[in-house]
Design a protein around this ligand. Structure first.
Ligand code: NAD
Length: 431
């Protein structure tokens, strides 16, 4: 099949490369010319395991990139909208990029002869596909949905860092369509992937994505709440969760307490669902608490450090880990951001290290020192905060010797102080 993918970020570039791998002809559309050039040169615009290889394999053969909507739509049967849906100022979803992409797509569909399917893959709150995207495409194309073009919603569940693997090995594919023809076309694209396929309406597909992410976020905030209580009681919360997680109704995963969840999805998606609920007059108390616990958690890291150091101003603090999780360079809503902001507010001198994400963090904090190794960041430091679960941080030992005061607050349950040669003053956020 012939597919165009609008937006070449994490979801768009991975979907494009994987659809090409599944045997489809793919055209990527992006307004960022730099990304267009990179994809056409067979290079991944973001770091994601396996993505470079797939782009090298398919670029200029069955995968090309352009900024020209008209060309892409004329030469494809379906277009996936994969642009960002950030939080607006009030925390609700900001649909301005989706609207802009829908308008460009509509204009291109207006010039095309023949049927085309519009597929929303961006995470959008229930009713967006039918009440926002569909009317914009109708307006700009001058054509009728259901007759001249199809409309579907196909949420994406991939995890950053494992995105290529997840796309090729999904546990579910959800297709919400306004009619059988659109839904069938989308489902056909995934033929050959072995998983549950849920065919439904667009609103339900949109809601499935939010419920999926909100439930996982709720599990994490629940684990953090329990962890905070356990710490005060001197109980090992990991031992508690290991036992509780054996209950098949609960499941052990996502019950690790730590510095909280970040990333481009969980925080903004929970806020978007809250915004949608409040907009309809419903107070989502549980979801509000999920966010509140998550906002408090990283600040607990600084509080624990402060308790040990007495005061923080003028102290040199090493922050290990800037990415929101390991194996990615993505720093969106990383828990390191509120931590660094708080350290700077308290007038600490911050040295930071991350194997991949320093370049991105420089755009937010230009006034801290970025180091090229953990040792460099730790050298002469009065305290250390472990913020991201990079495997290499779990192997640190002698590197701590270079610290002035060897205070280490672990936000990710990575270090085993009793097994280290270095004598450190260790404390876990919830243990
Ligand atoms: P992103 O910001 O990495 O990428 C968006 C891309 O769209 C950028 O390359 C940007 O240049 C491009 N773009 C912006 N305006 C455009 C326009 N008018 N026309 C064409 N291209 C345009 O975003 P992302 O992380 O890939 O997320 C995209 C959507 O997928 C969001 O709704 C997100 O919630 C959802 N999602 C993300 C993930 C994830 O792990 N990142 C997982 C599942 C779902």
């Amino acid at each position: 099949m012939k597919v165009s993918i609008i937006g070449s970020g994490y979801v768009g570039s991975v979907s494009a490369a994987c659809f090409a791998e599944l045997g489809h002809e793919v055209i990527c559309i992006d307004v960022d010319e730099e990304k267009v050039k990179m994809i056409n040169a067979g290079k991944a615009p973001i770091w994601e395991e396996g993505l470079d290889g797939l782009l090298q394999k398919h670029s200029q053969k069955t995968l090309i990139a352009t900024s020209d909507y008209e060309y892409a739509v004329a030469n494809s049967d379906l277009s996936f909208i994969c642009v960002g849906t950030p939080s607006g100022e009030d925390g609700g979803i900001d649909l301005s990029i989706v609207k802009a992409a829908s308008a460009s797509l509509g204009a291109a569909i207006g010039k095309k002869e023949g049927y085309h399917v519009v597929v929303v893959k961006s995470t959008v709150v229930p009713e967006t596909t039918e009440k926002v995207v569909l009317p914009i495409v109708e307006e700009f194309s001058g054509k009728k949905a259901g007759r001249d073009f199809g409309v579907a919603m196909n949420p994406e569940f991939l995890r950053e860092g494992k995105a290529v693997y997840d796309f090729m090995h999904p546990d579910k594919i959800v297709v919400g369509a306004i009619d059988e023809r659109s839904g069938f076309a989308v489902a056909e694209l995934y033929r050959g992937l072995d998983c549950t396929v849920t065919r439904t309406n667009p609103r339900t597909a949109e809601m499935i994505k939010y419920v999926n992410n909100s439930f996982l976020a709720t599990k994490i905030s629940f684990a953090n709440e329990v962890g905070n209580i356990c710490k005060q009681l001197g109980i090992d919360t990991y031992e508690v969760m290991d036992a509780v997680g054996t209950d098949f109704r609960i499941e052990r995963r996502f019950l690790n307490c730590g510095a909280g969840f970040g990333g481009s999805c969980f925080p903004k998606d929970v806020r978007a669902l809250i915004g949608k609920a409040k907009g309809m007059g419903y107070e989502p108390q549980l979801l509000d608490s999920v966010v509140a616990v998550n906002e408090r958690q990283p600040l607990r890291m600084v509080e624990l450090l402060q308790r040990k150091l007495g005061h923080i101003n003028g102290k040199r603090i090493a922050v290990l880990g800037l990415a929101f999780k390991n194996d990615t360079d993505d720093i969106r809503e990383s828990r390191s951001i509120p931590v660094i902001a708080e350290l700077l507010r308290l007038e600490a001198i911050v040295t930071a290290y991350d194997p991949m994400a320093a370049g991105n963090m420089k755009r937010i904090f230009g006034n801290i020192t970025y180091c090229s190794t953990s040792s460099e960041a730790l050298s002469g430091a009065d305290g250390c905060l472990v913020m991201t679960e990079w495997e290499e941080f779990g192997k640190l030992d002698r590197e701590f010797e270079g610290m002035k005061e060897k205070i280490v607050i672990d936000g990710r349950h990575l270090l085993k102080p009793e097994k280290l040669t270095a004598r450190i003053d260790y404390e876990g956020i919830c243990w």
